[in-house]
Design a protein around this ligand. Structure first.
Ligand code: 5GP
Length: 193
């Protein structure tokens, strides 16, 4: 997605060879127009999958997840990283090791919001080693629903999450794929749709 790649080129800050900071449009300040485009692009890519629900993880997955859900005309559910006082019973949970925080969190979703007949589109902001996406996959499986696909805003293709998920048979669509952060952001050579 060209507008996204341009935004990453101009506003992304490479913090190390492994970490990209995009605080000005995705992870802290959010660019609503760009998120609307991101939502349209996900909806377009997954429109034939009969999605009934979008599942994401707080907090940075919510903006792209919401916009995708708006376009697909389905609800969006976000997994919580901390236990909520009002979210106590009938939880679906998974353990996720955070790439950026280097800590393991239990993530949870109330089983009220994922049904056995749901076809779920998982959305997240970044894909690194795939732990967040795999945690969300576990939650979908525990509910008895089906993972219809995984949509990622920024995939760092030099880390193993993308191949891990694709090897497991999931359809992974990433709107920007970064091949390296050494000496600046390099994108994977791809034909733009
Ligand atoms: P994974 O679980 O695939 O290893 O990492 C994905 C999660 O870690 C995402 O939910 C995202 O919040 C965070 N993350 C991974 N790599 C980056 C990065 O380079 N920059 C930012 N801002 N977040 C990242």
């Amino acid at each position: 997605m060209k507008t996204l790649k341009d935004k990453i080129r101009f506003e992304g800050r490479v913090l190390s060879s492994q970490v990209l900071k995009v605080d000005s449009f995705l992870n802290h300040q959010i660019d609503p127009r760009l998120m609307a485009e991101v939502g349209k692009e996900f909806a377009n890519r997954f429109k034939k999958e009969n999605i009934t629900k979008v599942l994401t993880i707080e907090s940075s997955g919510i903006a792209p997840g919401l916009m995708a859900a708006l376009e697909l005309e389905v609800p969006v559910v976000f997994a919580r990283k901390r236990k909520s006082l009002t979210l106590v019973n009938d939880l679906l949970t998974a353990s996720v090791h955070s790439f950026t925080k280097n800590e393991t969190n239990e993530i949870s979703v109330s089983n009220q919001f994922l049904m056995q007949d749901d076809r779920v589109l998982i959305i997240d902001d970044f894909l690194a080693n795939g732990q967040a996406a795999l945690g969300l996959v576990d939650i979908v499986k525990a509910s008895g629903a089906e993972v219809a696909g995984i949509g990622i805003v920024i995939e760092k293709s030099f880390q193993n999450g993308g191949s891990l998920l694709r090897e497991k048979g999931f359809r992974v669509e990433s709107l920007a794929r970064i091949s390296s952060l050494e000496g600046g952001v390099q994108f994977l050579a791809e034909v733009e749709a």
